[in-house]
Design a protein around this ligand. Structure first.
Ligand code: CP3
Length: 343
């Protein structure tokens, strides 16, 4: 098999596959004992700047689960840190920004990302593509709304009130911020693609906080620009956000090849909301994995059956693997999907 014949890349391109490909958002990380051991005494953002750790952590779930794609180990805030923003990832909390960005002067200090800012990304992607062989590596970046929310709120937020206040109250500052963050996200993806990543996912995780009208006016123009620019690079583009049932048609309008769906919308309904010729990714509720196996199997069957309506399907969870998930269940799930869909 060659990389281009891999079930994951074929499914993204809506070509027939030997089995439905599987990977999991957050497949690397705290659910794996080998990850927790390796990370002992190393801060998250330090780990993200060390090619040896990036390679090992990216490979851990590939070895353990036999997933059909690897996802690059990093974080959506890595490019922000790389351009000099004072931020940290606090265990159990998430990204925390020392000085929240709330005015034009602060926005204007956000500079562009250069490949030389993230040499460890280039080095790690290069090493990984060698090690992965015909298994694709997915590169990723945070979407502009999600990055803006961390920068404006100063950390994780339930209501995104400062973000919305800026979006509604100072549209010019918002536009400048979104342009700069979109360019940073695009350049972070370009670095990964140039080094060998064979697909990319834009995680605009928190856009589900917006109404369709606000998303269309204040986010869609920027994500559309990112996907348009990526179109020249000829790698499948995946777009995902949480709680986006009401936004799926707009996420699709932004122009990705694949739309990631959370667990709230069955895939046969999601098909009706995306543009024709769009593949779907998803969408087993990650909390299902805590129920007895018979339930996991039944819910997985429902996802696979619903996915028959889709033009191309990549099996995934509806959001990331929860940190206390039993890895044995994920291992069994990969085998189950492969066996059930073998053609
Ligand atoms: O396996 C993978 O999916 C690849 C690695 C990955 C991480 N972060 C590693 C990580 C990816 C794709 C991300 C993206 C990311 N980071 C997103 C978008 C995806 C999503 O979940 O919607 C977001 C919103 C972030 C911001 C962020 N970083 C959060 C919310 C957290 C969790 C905070 C916590 O401790 O609960 C982080 C930290 C983080 N990113 C960890 C990992 C493995 C945990 C750090 C640790 O081990 O201490």
């Amino acid at each position: 098999m060659t990389l281009q014949d891999s079930p994951f890349l074929r499914a993204c391109k809506r070509l027939p596959v030997s089995h439905t490909p599987v990977w999991f958002m957050r497949q690397a990380g705290r659910s794996l004992p080998e990850y927790r051991k390796l990370r002992e005494g190393v801060a998250m953002l330090d780990a993200c700047a060390r090619p040896d750790m990036i390679v090992e952590i990216t490979m851990q779930p590939v070895r353990r689960y036999g997933v059909d794609a690897a996802i690059f180990f990093s974080d959506i805030v890595v490019p922000l840190k790389a351009i000099g923003i004072d931020l940290d990832i606090k265990p159990g909390v998430g990204p925390v920004v020392a000085e929240p960005i709330r005015d034009l002067a602060a926005v204007n200090r956000l500079r562009a990302l250069e490949p030389d800012d993230v040499p460890y990304v280039t080095a790690a992607v290069g090493a990984l593509t060698g090690e992965l062989g015909d298994r694709p590596l997915i590169g990723f970046a945070g979407g502009p709304f999600t990055l803006a929310s961390y920068l404006i709120e100063g950390g994780p937020s339930k209501n995104h009130e400062h973000t919305k206040a800026l979006m509604y109250g100072e549209p010019d500052v918002w536009a400048e911020l979104m342009q700069r963050l979109s360019a940073i996200a695009l350049d972070f993806l370009r670095v990964q693609i140039a080094a060998g990543a064979s697909a990319v996912q834009l995680f605009d995780s928190w856009v589900g906080a917006l109404s369709a009208e606000d998303y269309r006016a204040s986010v869609l123009p920027y994500t559309s620009w990112i996907f348009e620019q990526l179109g020249e690079l000829d790698v499948p583009r995946i777009h995902f956000g949480v709680g986006t049932g009401e936004l799926l048609s707009l996420l699709s309008e932004a122009g990705p090849d694949v739309v990631g769906v959370d667990w709230r919308v069955p895939l046969d309904k999601a098909v009706q909301r995306v543009q024709p010729g769009t593949a779907l990714q998803g969408n087993l509720d990650p909390a299902t994995l805590f129920a007895p196996w018979s339930v996991v199997a039944e819910r997985t069957d429902a996802v696979l059956s619903s996915a028959k309506a889709a033009d191309g399907h990549v099996f995934n969870l509806g959001h990331g693997v929860l940190p206390t998930t039993d890895p044995a269940v994920l291992e069994r799930l990969v085998d189950y999907v492969h066996e059930k869909t073998a053609r």
